[in-house]
Design a protein around this ligand. Structure first.
Ligand SMILES: Cc1cc2nc3c(=O)[nH]c(=O)nc-3n(C[C@H](O)[C@H](O)[C@H](O)COP(=O)(O)OP(=O)(O)OC[C@H]3O[C@@H](n4cnc5c(N)ncnc54)[C@H](O)[C@@H]3O)c2cc1C
Length: 291
C-alpha cells in the first residue's frame, strides 16, 4: 500500500476529471481510477456544452484528459471493487490492490447493474467481484465464474491456476483462451442460493453446487461498493455539497441522478472536490497541519 493521498476518485468521466482538476487546483493530492471508456465518448455530437458547439463526445473527452494530464493528473486503469471507511480515512480496493485516502469521490456514471437475488445477502460470503482479491480463499474449493466482462476468462484462468475448481458460465461462445481444465456452460445465472454462505447458483435450467461465485462485471453496483450508502433506486443521494450519507464520501455526475448531462457532471465534480479540499484544510488547521 502506498502513501495516503488526499482524495481518491473513482471513475474518470467528466465528473471525475473535473473533480481531479479542482482538487489539484486546491493543492490536494489525488489518485483517479477508471476501468473503461466512458459513455460521452460514444456521443456523435454534443451541442449543449458551453464553448464547444458541435464537438463530438470523443473530442471533448480527449480535451478533458489532456487538461487533466497537463496538470500532472494520471488516470490509472482499474476497477474499484470495495471501499472501507476507517474513521479518519478510507481503504479503497482497486482490483485487489489497496490504496488509502482521506476522502473519496464516487463518479462512476450511471449504474446499469441489476443485482441478482441472493447477491447482496451473500456478498463477502461466497459472492465476490474480484478474483485476484478473493481467489485464495477458495483454493481447493469449487467456484463459478459468471462472465460479464471482456477479461472474465483471464480471471477464471487465474483462479484455476491457483487451485480453484472453476466452472465458467457465459452467454457467449467459449473463449479460445479459456483453460481447457475449466468446465464451460453456455448460459446465465438467475439466482444465488445459500443461507449463510453460497451453496449453489441457479442457471434457470439447473442448480449448480458451488462454494463461491465470482461476478466479473465491468462495474460494481454502488450499494455493493460501500456498505450503508444511501440510494434512491440506482442513484446515490447527496446534499448540496455532493456529500453522501457516509462522512468523507462524495458523489458526482450521472451517478447522483438526472439530468444525465455533461455540464451537470462537470459542475458536481467541482463542488465535490472543493468541499472535500476545504474539509481536509479545516481539519489540518485544527490539528496543527496534521490530518
Ligand atoms: C450516446 C450519448 C450521447 C450523449 N449526448 C450528450 C449531449 O449531447 N449532451 C450532454 O450534456 N450529455 C450527453 N450525454 C451524457 C453524458 O455523456 C453524461 O452525462 C456524462 O458522461 C456523465 O459523466 P460522469 O463522469 O458522471 O460519468 P461517465 O461519463 O459515465 O464516466 C464514468 C466512468 O467511471 C468508470 N467506472 C464505473 N464504475 C467504476 C468502478 N467501479 N471503478 C472504476 N471506474 C469505474 C466508467 O468506466 C466510466 O469511465 C450523452 C451520453 C451518451 C451515451
Amino acid at each position: 500500500m502506498g502513501e495516503i493521498v488526499d482524495i481518491i476518485i473513482i471513475g474518470a468521466g467528466p465528473a471525475g476529471l473535473s473533480a481531479a482538476v479542482n482538487a489539484v487546483t486546491r493543492g490536494k493530492t489525488v489518485r483517479i481510477f477508471s476501468n473503461r471508456e466512458n459513455y460521452l465518448s460514444k456521443a456523435e455530437r454534443v451541442d449543449n456544452h458551453l464553448g464547444f458547439y458541435h464537438a463530438s463526445g470523443k473530442e471533448l473527452m480527449d480535451k478533458f484528459k489532456e487538461h487533466a494530464e497537463a496538470m500532472g493528473i494520471k488516470i490509472e486503469e482499474g476497477m474499484a471493487v470495495n471501499i472501507l471507511p476507517l474513521g479518519e480515512s478510507f481503504m479503497v480496493n482497486i482490483n485487489g490492490e489497496i490504496s488509502e485516502s482521506k476522502k473519496v469521490i464516487l463518479s462512476m456514471g450511471i449504474s446499469k447493474i441489476k443485482e441478482l437475488p441472493g447477491e447482496e445477502k451473500l456478498l463477502g460470503s461466497g459472492v465476490s467481484y474480484c478474483a485476484t482479491c478473493d481467489g485464495m480463499l477458495y483454493r481447493g474449493k469449487i467456484a463459478v465464474v459468471w462472465d460479464q466482462s471482456k477479461e472474465a476468462w483471464e480471471e477464471a484462468n487465474f483462479l484455476q491456476s491457483i487451485g480453484v475448481n472453476v466452472t465458467f458460465i457465459s452467454k457467449k461462445p467459449k473463449h479460445e483462451s479459456l483453460s481447457n481444465d475449466i468446465k464451460f456452460i453456455k448460459g446465465t445465472i438467475t439466482e444465488i442460493i445459500g443461507e449463510n454462505t453460497v451453496e449453489a447458483v441457479n442457471t434457470g435450467n439447473e442448480a449448480i453446487k458451488t462454494d463461491a461465485v465470482f461476478m466479473l462485471r465491468d462495474a460494481v453496483a454502488p450499494a455493493a461498493l460501500i456498505d450503508g450508502l444511501e440510494l434512491d433506486g440506482n442513484f446515490i443521494n447527496v446534499n448540496k455539497h455532493m456529500e453522501t450519507n457516509i462522512p468523507g464520501v462524495y458523489a458526482a455526475g450521472d451517478i447522483t441522478g438526472k439530468p444525465l448531462q455533461l455540464s451537470k457532471a462537470i459542475s458536481e465534480g467541482l463542488i465535490a472536490a472543493q468541499h472535500a479540499a476545504l474539509q481536509i484544510d479545516k481539519k489540518e488547521n485544527l490539528n496543527g497541519g496534521k490530518y
